[in-house]
Design a protein around this ligand. Structure first.
Ligand code: PGA
Length: 261
């Protein structure tokens, strides 16, 4: 896939390794990704690794069809922010994508929607594609306020920067109750929320079809991937646990590939 084709890939499958792996395991996993997944026609594969392994991902993936990214970035350009990593530093390692607002981070490190919105804009300004995670808790779903919650997460960005910033960005719908639980959203539940997100961003953008991609994340596996990826407005998946197995991840990427056309 040439760089231009990446932008027009119909499906995205993005690995979120979270805080897993070590140098040796990563090498085996990245080499397996390349041997199994290089040359997919309609699917862009991306792997988001922990910061220290960006150089390793760059050296093993450069020149392949697989892109790499990070799992967070600082909202500041530089300065006295101990432990933070800036967008420019990510660019130095060829990083093209960054996961933002994942619920595991937002909860553990008290990240507000405003904070995440600022990071989203910084990523865009540096030519890094933001992968914005949105989603509701089980309590919010049971109370029927899931669209309110997701709507607010999107509105925070729209109100600050306008809906245009979602062009060429990625939004991942991640019901918090589905992450790491083995209990994925049903195709009906996902369909309803993806339609809500799509309609909201399209309307906010003056009814012009937004070039945003909307992924689903939360217990995607090789068995349920095809059914989920066939749903209208689901443009692929953000994959946690199953991305740590080359075989399972391949099954999910092949499902994305066969869901096209
Ligand atoms: P999971 O994680 O695939 O392990 O449920 C998804 C995510 O956190 O993005």
């Amino acid at each position: 896939m040439s760089p231009d084709m990446k932008k027009t890939a119909q499906k995205f499958v993005i690995a979120n390794w979270k805080m897993h792996g070590n140098f040796e395991q990563n090498q085996a996993l990245l080499n397996a990704y390349v041997s199994k997944l290089n040359g997919l026609k309609d699917t862009q594969v991306v792997v988001c690794v922990p910061y220290p392994y960006l150089a390793q991902a760059q050296s093993l993936l450069q020149g392949t069809d697989i892109a790499w990214g990070a799992q967070n970035l600082a909202k500041n350009e530089n300065g006295p922010f101990t432990g933070e990593v800036s967008a420019q530093m990510l660019r130095d390692f060829g990083c093209e994508y960054v996961i933002l607002g994942h619920s595991e981070r937002a909860t553990a490190y008290c990240e507000s929607d405003e904070n995440i919105a600022q990071k989203f804009m910084v990523a865009k300004q540096h030519g890094i594609t933001p992968i914005l995670c949105v989603g509701e808790t089980l309590i919010e779903r049971e109370a029927g306020v899931m669209e309110l919650k997701v709507g607010k997460q999107l509105d925070t960005i729209i109100d600050l920067y306008g809906a245009d910033v979602f062009n060429d960005a990625i939004v991942s719908y991640e019901p918090i109750w589905a992450i790491g639980t083995g209990l994925a959203a049903s195709p009906e539940q996902a369909k309803a929320m993806h339609k809500f997100i799509f309609d909201k961003l399209t309307q906010a953008n003056g009814a012009q079809k937004n070039s945003v991609k909307i992924l689903y994340g939360g217990s995607v596996n090789p068995q349920n991937a095809l059914q989920l990826f066939a749903v209208e407005n689901i443009d692929g998946g953000l994959i946690g646990k199953c991305s740590l197995s080359a075989q399972e991840f391949e099954g999910i990427c092949q499902a994305a590939e066969s869901s096209v056309g």
